[in-house]
Ligand binder design. Structure first.
Ligand SMILES: NC(=O)c1ccc[n+]([C@@H]2O[C@H](COP(=O)([O-])OP(=O)(O)OC[C@H]3O[C@@H](n4cnc5c(N)ncnc54)[C@H](OP(=O)(O)O)[C@@H]3O)[C@@H](O)[C@H]2O)c1
Length: 304
């Protein structure tokens, strides 16, 4: 039986040069945790934001990286009754164990069984990006036919949010760079180029404004597009709570049901996470660098 296992960590808060792969004992699950052999792990902006120190966290170093994964259960901790050894699962990392790893621990309360219709690669994108897409599209209830605008529509959360919007028969406007036009349109959304003047282009197709603004970018791009919201309280952000609140909007509220719901939606083939780049654990640095550009298309994953 394997006793040692590799994981990507950062050794101090800072840039990508602080990342390295180390060996550690295969982690054993505590109460409420499950141990998995990782099959795939989704890469998210929070991974490099955490490493950079901008989240203000003070984790013990070295700190393992990665928050979402799919894999096969190898052991369960005390009190875990919903999972058993050999189950295929997807979930959020437990404590600080990291998912860019050969083995890790998941939080059983934030883990679900992987339906066989979903590949391990796609499953790895649902616990963070997929569940966020679910929550951000459901925080304000729209009626079929109402208009939902997504700023950052070509990224990991944005593409899944656009597809959820189409499932509900909303009119979806996706704002992204020109390189992502085809990808955004493949969801059924109307593409609007994110270059200067995006708000004018949105007004040309939605003269009365939009019923919901989903922000996945923040900053000046959010300020510029916010003028198209019919009501500023319908600006919901996953990227920049401070700016959204200044504009009258709010931060996305993460829910417990989001993971189960998005897994069901994906199981029925209604949402494709669009995994566009796959990296080995040895190349996890490149995976994080791709997401750190801020201009990734769809989801990037690491497969140990
Ligand atoms: N609060 C939470 O629980 C939570 C959970 C998940 C994610 N988030 C946050 O939500 C944000 C989005 O996450 P993600 O995983 O979707 O990120 P991502 O995969 O990196 O996608 C971001 C997208 O934004 C686009 N973009 C960048 N600048 C833009 C601009 N000025 N106008 C329009 N689009 C622009 C990028 O490509 P192009 O510029 O080429 O179009 C990219 O496709 C991040 O800030 C992340 O940290 C929060």
């Amino acid at each position: 039986m394997q006793t040692k296992s590799r994981v990507l960590v950062f050794t101090e808060y800072g840039g990508p040069e602080t990342q390295t792969i180390i060996e550690r004992p295969v982690p054993a699950p505590g109460p409420g945790e499950i141990a998995i052999e990782v099959k795939a792990a989704g890469v998210n902006p929070v991974d490099w934001k955490d490493r950079s120190g901008r989240l203000g966290t003070q984790r013990p170093l070295p700190a393992a990286m990665g928050r979402e994964a799919s894999g096969v259960v190898t052991a369960v901790g005390d009190g875990v009754t919903d999972f058993a050894v050999s189950d295929e699962v997807l979930g959020r990392v437990a404590a600080s164990h990291g998912t860019f790893a050969e083995h890790t621990l998941l939080d059983a309360a934030k883990t679900v069984l992987k339906p066989e219709e979903i590949s391990f690669a796609d499953a790895a994108t649902l616990p963070v990006a997929g569940a966020t897409a679910y929550d951000v599209t459901h925080q304000i209830e729209l009626e079929p036919g109402q208009t939902m605008l997504i700023l950052g529509a070509g990224g990991g959360v944005g593409l899944m949010a656009a597809q959820i919007g189409k499932v509900h028969q909303f009119t979806v406007i996706g704002v992204a760079s020109n390189a992502k036009q085809q990808l955004v349109e493949s969801t059924g959304a109307t593409f609007v180029a994110s270059a200067e003047g995006a708000a004018d282009r949105v007004r040309a197709i939605a003269p009365e404004g939009v019923d919901l603004v989903i922000d996945l970018v923040g900053g000046q791009a959010l300020r510029d597009i916010a003028v198209v919201a019919k009501d500023p309280t319908t600006i919901i952000t996953a990227a920049d709570p401070a700016t959204a609140q200044q504009l009258g909007g709010a931060a996305v509220k993460r829910t417990e049901e989001g993971l189960e719901k998005i897994t069901g939606v994906a199981q029925y083939g209604l949402v494709d996470p669009h995994v566009t780049e796959r990296f080995s654990l040895d190349s996890a640095h490149d995976a994080i660098a791709a997401v750190e550009t801020g201009h990734v298309a769809g989801k990037v994953i690491v497969e140990p």
